[in-house]
Design a protein around this ligand. Structure first.
Ligand code: UFG
Length: 327
């Protein structure tokens, strides 16, 4: 069975990717330092504990598994943290990715699928973003991901590393079978925080900012079901294995929901009250991030059928009630 090296395979999106990679007939080899991931989430293939900053360890893993491709999820990904500690993001994300990309090139593993983000676009005044929109990140997280995109282009030109870059919008939901799901420690994401608040596991949710220029004053995001998102990665892997050219794809649905709308849907789906209060803006937040997915749909044949807000909340709720790794 051909192997795929999945960095960050113990994390939220990476663990869902491993399940899908396995179902697609490849063996996912997880490379993860467990700084934000969970060993219990590595269920679908071998685990190699290691850090992206450890080049020697990366070389060993490439030598022992000879993967046909890399899926690179491992990264620090909190917008708020990146504003306070930008150095962490430049070291872990940018320098770590440089190590990984060089190790892949040296090992002759020339198919690379990269998790980038709509945070690379920055705040663009209520436009629907496409892959050609200008990239002007307003936080260090987005800047670090944009730098890695540039790096991939440079290594592609110099050494023939072929890559698919996926710019994610807001990933939500969980495996419908609840084998894996979203669990960050600390948690900063809207939907899991809200589900915790509903269950009384933490205090009321704070809405970060109610004075944005949106219809109800709260930020708007484009939410994508994690299983739809990882399906796109298999299509990206196939794209590269078929010898096609390097390409960037946005993964969004074209529909945005405000924080207040997410709260309303959560109340309806869970049939429980959502305790919340209104607070100030969080530094680094964009007003609205919504994508078209025309390119992924037309070129990759992506079909994101699970990405309705109610379905994402329902799957996250099921996981929330059954599957935490710390139970
Ligand atoms: N929000 C709140 N209260 C909270 C948490 C979040 O009001 O307690 C709001 C945020 O201000 C934002 C929305 O809910 O408007 C979503 O926030 P998340 O923290 O869930 O997600 P972000 O949009 O900040 O970031 C996520 C990922 C990033 C990715 C980005 C793209 O964490 O990696 O989506 O939008 F880049």
């Amino acid at each position: 069975m051909d192997k795929v090296l999945v960095t960050g395979g113990a994390g939220y999106i990476g663990s869902h990717a491993c399940k899908t990679v396995r179902a697609a007939g490849f063996e996912p080899v997880t490379y993860d330092n467990l700084s934000t991931g969970w060993e219990e989430a590595v269920k679908f293939g071998p685990f190699e504990k290691g850090d992206l900053l450890d080049r020697k360890r990366l070389d060993e893993v490439f030598a022992s598994h000879a993967p046909v491709a890399v899926m690179h999820f491992a990264a620090l990904s909190q917008v708020g943290e990146s504003m306070k500690k930008p150095g962490l993001y430049w070291q872990n994300n940018v320098e770590g990715s440089r190590n990984l990309i060089e190790a892949a090139c040296d090992a002759g593993c020339m198919n690379f699928v990269f998790s980038s983000t709509c945070a690379t676009y920055g705040d663009q005044d209520n436009v629907v973003l496409d892959e050609n929109s200008v990239q002007l990140p307003i936080n260090a997280y987005g800047a670090s991901k944009r730098a890695i995109e540039d790096m991939l282009r440079d290594y592609g030109a110099a050494f023939g590393l072929r890559h698919v870059i996926f710019r994610y919008f807001n990933v939500a939901g969980a495996d419908p079978e609840a084998e894996v799901g979203e669990f960050h420690q600390p948690e900063t994401h809207l939907i899991p925080l809200m589900l915790d608040a509903i269950e009384g596991k933490r205090e009321a949710l704070t809405i970060f900012g109610t004075d944005y220029e949106t219809p109800d004053g709260t930020c708007i995001r484009d939410y994508v079901h994690v299983c739809d998102l990882v399906d796109a990665h298999i299509l990206g892997l196939t794209w590269l294995m078929d010898g096609k050219q390097s390409r960037v794809f946005n993964l969004g649905t074209g529909s945005g929901f405000s924080v207040r709308e997410v709260i309303d849907h959560s109340r309806a789906v869970t049939n429980r009250a959502v305790p919340y209060k209104e607070g100030p803006r969080r530094p680094g937040d964009c007003t609205k991030l919504v994508s078209g997915s025309t390119r992924a749909v037309s070129e990759l044949g992506w079909n994101p059928q699970r990405s309705t807000l109610d379905r994402m909340i329902a799957d996250a709720w099921r996981w929330h009630q059954t599957g935490h790794y710390d139970k």
